[in-house]
Design a protein around this ligand. Structure first.
Ligand code: MF3
Ligand code: CO
Ligand code: CO
Length: 274
C-alpha cells in the first residue's frame, strides 16, 4: 500500500490509511475553515466568566458556526451530541458541555471544529476563569510552548516523530506528563485521518513530512503523571492522579518552505490571558 496519496479538492477521499497530499484548492478550503474556527475561539473568550455553564458556551459556539455557514463536525460524530468539547481543570479532553458552571480560578480548554464547505478547521485553546493559581498558569504557558515547538519542527523533509520529540523534551524539562492516549491527526475533508500525530516520540522516526500534508498538533500536558482514564459517559478523559491538564491545538499544513497554521487567531489571541 502507498503511504501517500495526492488528492485534488473535488475528490472523494477515504479513510484508507494513506496520508493525503492536498492541492491549492484544499489550502484555500482549510484557510476558510481554520479562520472561522479561530474567530469562534476569539469571540468566546469574553463569555468565559464565573457562573457561566459549559452548555451556554456550547450553544454560543454552535450559533457562531451556523452563522459562519458551517456545521459543527462533532455534532453526531460517533454519537457525540455537542458542538464543542469543554475540558475543565483535571479533564484532559472531550469534556461534554453540561450545566456545570465555571468557577473563579478554573482553567479550561475549548475545542471546536467547524465543517465549512467540506473542510474541517480543528483548533483548541486554554482559557482562564478569573485568576488561576500560578502553577496552573505556568502549565498553560508551557503547553502552548509545546504546541509551538512541535509546529516549528514540522518542516518538509523532517519526520513525523520530530514533532513528538520536540514536545516531549519541552514537557519533560518542566517535569510534566505528556498524554499518550490521544493524538493529533490528519484532516481535511475527513475529520480524523492518517497520520496519527503522537505527542511523545523519537526524533528521526515515522513518515517524512511532505508539502500538502494537513494535520493537527494538539498536545495534552499534565501537571502530574501522564496517565488518563475515561469516565463512564464514554467521552470525558481525566488525569488518573487528578492533576491539572492543559491542551492547545492547531490545524497546519506542510508547505514547500515550512508550514502554514490554518487556525491562528486573527487578533493575536492564541493564548491566555486574552
Ligand atoms: N476536536 C477533537 C479533536 O481535536 C475531537 C473531538 S471528537 C468529539 O480531534 F466527538 F469528542 F467531539
Ligand atoms: Co483534533
Ligand atoms: Co480538536
Amino acid at each position: 500500500m502507498n503511504l501517500y496519496q495526492t488528492v485534488d479538492s473535488t475528490q472523494t477521499v477515504l479513510r484508507d490509511g494513506t496520508i493525503k497530499l492536498h492541492d491549492e484548492a484544499g489550502f484555500e478550503g482549510m484557510r476558510k475553515a481554520g479562520r472561522l474556527a479561530a474567530e469562534i475561539l476569539d469571540a468566546i473568550a469574553e463569555h468565559v466568566v464565573p457562573g457561566v455553564s459549559t452548555e451556554e458556551l456550547d450553544t454560543r459556539i454552535r450559533e457562531m458556526m451556523l452563522d459562519g455557514g458551517a456545521v459543527p463536525a462533532t455534532l453526531g460524530y460517533r454519537g457525540y451530541t455537542h458542538s464543542s468539547c469543554i475540558s475543565i481543570n483535571h479533564v484532559i479532553c472531550h469534556g461534554i458541555p453540561s450545566d456545570k458552571v465555571l468557577r473563579d480560578g478554573d482553567i479550561l480548554n475549548i475545542d471546536v471544529t467547524p465543517l465549512l464547505d467540506g473542510w474541517h478547521g480543528d483548533t483548541s485553546r486554554m482559557y482562564f476563569v478569573g485568576e488561576p493559581p500560578l502553577k496552573a498558569k505556568k502549565l498553560v504557558d508551557v503547553t502552548y510552548e509545546c504546541l509551538m515547538k512541535g509546529i516549528e519542527v514540522a518542516q518538509p523533509g523532517a519526520r513525523l516523530g520530530d514533532i513528538g520529540a520536540a514536545i516531549l523534551e519541552h514537557a519533560q524539562n518542566h517535569r510534566y506528563g505528556v498524554v499518550r492516549e490521544f493524538c493529533g491527526h490528519g484532516l481535511g475533508r475527513l475529520f480524523h485521518d492518517a497520520p496519527e500525530v503522537v505527542h511523545a516520540a523519537k526524533a528521526g522516526t515515522g513518515p517524512e513530512l511532505k508539502p500538502g500534508m494537513f494535520f493537527t498538533i494538539e498536545p495534552m500536558i499534565n501537571l502530574g503523571k501522564p496517565w488518563a482514564k475515561i469516565l463512564k459517559d464514554g467521552w470525558t478523559a481525566v488525569t488518573r492522579d487528578k492533576s491539572l491538564s492543559a491542551q492547545f491545538e492547531h490545524s497546519i499544513a506542510i508547505t514547500e518552505t515550512g508550514n502554514e497554521i490554518f487556525t491562528k487567531s486573527p487578533t493575536g489571541k492564541d493564548r491566555p490571558p486574552y
